[in-house]
Design a protein around this ligand. Structure first.
Ligand SMILES: [Zn+2]
Length: 454
């Protein structure tokens, strides 16, 4: 007679509402089969992480594997995910050479995920600059987790600005699918004007990135997309608010009956304008970093439960794109996957907040918005056995340890003290990171399909 469970993992369980000492998670196949505390049940294998904290594997609701390298970036970026405690990535559609604008392209990308990803991956879809709205139902039916559109143009093909009439029509179509649509929220005309003025004045130093993308550039875009949310009934989600005001605006529109939410990236909870002065292009992201006072307002927003979830917006540009002397020429986006769990844990500890908030905002909430909960983002019977084990201590984040390709081994968090490290990551019951070595191989990860509403 075989033991009832394949594997039992012992440690302190951290869920969204409790910290359970002397806990255990019992796994059968790829699934959590029992949870409890005290004497663990018999199993073929018992792994003792006593004294360490076991969280649900993080669900990073917003990241980019393929902005600079195309889909081969999935293989290398997801190594960082495994080491950073992220078991499910929700990857953005703005890939080179082709963004994910129809079901055929999506099928190709899913093939890359299944062959090369080290963790599970949900996928966003988008539309073309000139429309392509008829592809919306097919993308939804094929299992994307969300749509992504932009009010700001980085590239006419890869990352286009969608004009108001097209965006309005797209929201009507997307509303029928029931899927959320995340929006990159910056006002094109304001940013272009301010940038042109700065360049003309020879002001290309790092702080000018923040000055040319003032808070108003963000909140004006928030208002436009939310007015269209109110009109169409679509679930419109700010892909990243660097401002507490963005969440207040989302709440105001919810109170008017719209389905509006907003997301914070972890950098807006800890980095400031001083960091872009210190780190130049390494700390360039869009929207830009704000003031220390704004960071405090962001935390107030989080504790007032106005933030949908916290993501990384991981975007690994090669280092030569991040170290140009002209701040405007540098690529926008930070690396954040491998530091995600240690940094979030540290930020909570430093503020005397409960680690349960990491389970809430970096796992359950993101999984819910992407339609993946409770299979993902939960320590519950029946959920995938996706777990991250954190060991408390005094650690230093070292960018040379980043597992991505060599030119992607940079981080705005290099040298930062961390209050914990990722001692182990489990994906569907399988150990994929043991604290030192990556045990996942390309193809260990799978496409995390959003179940159909129909
Ligand atoms: Zn992004």
């Amino acid at each position: 007679m075989s033991a009832p469970f394949d594997r039992v993992i012992i440690g302190t369980l951290v869920t969204t509402d409790a910290v359970l000492d002397n806990g255990y998670v019992a796994i059968r196949g790829e699934t959590i089969a029992a949870i409890g505390d005290g004497v663990p049940p018999p199993a073929r294998e018992t792994i003792d992480h006593s004294g360490k904290l076991i969280f649900p594997g993080l669900v990073d609701g917003h990241m980019h594997t393929s902005s600079s390298t195309g889909w081969p970036g999935i293989e290398s970026a997801t190594r960082c995910a495994a080491a950073g405690g992220v078991t499910t990535c929700c990857d953005m559609p703005y890939d080179v050479p082709v963004p994910v604008t129809d079901a055929a392209i999506l099928a190709d990308k899913i093939g890359w995920v299944e062959r090369t990803s080290h963790v599970d991956m949900a996928l966003y879809g988008t539309i073309t600059k000139t429309g392509g709205l008829n592809a919306i139902p097919g993308l939804a039916a094929a299992g994307i987790s969300a749509f992504k559109l932009s009010t700001y143009e980085y590239d006419a093909v890869r990352f286009p600005r969608i004009d108001h009439p097209t965006m309005l029509a797209a929201f009507h179509e997307i509303a029928k699918t029931g899927l959320p649509v995340a929006i990159h929220n910056e006002d094109q005309e304001l940013v272009e004007k301010l940038t042109a003025e700065a360049r003309a004045a020879g002001r290309i130093e790092p702080i000018m990135h923040c000055r040319t993308r003032p808070p108003l550039a963000e909140t004006m875009a928030d208002l436009e997309i939310f007015e269209m949310a109110l009109e169409t009934g679509a679930h419109v989600h700010i892909a990243h608010s660097s401002l507490s005001r963005g969440f207040t605006i989302a709440e105001t529109f919810r109170n008017m009956g719209a389905h509006t939410t907003g997301e914070a990236c972890i950098q807006y909870l800890c980095l400031t304008e001083d960091d872009i002065v210190r780190l130049a292009g390494i700390a360039k992201c869009n929207p830009p970093l704000r003031t220390a006072a704004e960071v405090e307002r962001m935390w107030s927003c989080l504790l007032a439960d106005k933030i949908a979830y916290i993501s990384t917006d991981h975007a690994p540009w090669p280092i030569e794109r991040k170290t140009l002397p002209d701040i405007f020429a540098c690529g926008a986006g930070l690396t954040g996957l491998q530091s995600f769990a240690p940094l979030m844990f540290s930020l909570l500890e430093e503020r005397g907040l409960s680690p349960t908030l990491m389970a809430t905002y970096c796992a359950e909430r993101s999984a819910k918005l992407h339609g993946l909960w409770p299979r993902k983002g939960a320590i519950r019977v029946g959920s995938d056995a996706d777990l991250v084990v954190m060991e408390r201590g005094d650690f230093m984040f070292d960018q040379s340890q980043i597992l991505d390709r060599p030119e992607m081994r940079w981080s705005p968090y290099h040298g930062r003290r961390m209050r914990a490290r990722v001692a182990a990551t489990y994906l569907r019951g399988q150990l994929i990171w043991d604290g030192v070595r990556l045990l996942a191989t390309p193809g260990t990860g799978r496409f995390a399909r959003r179940p159909s509403h129909a």
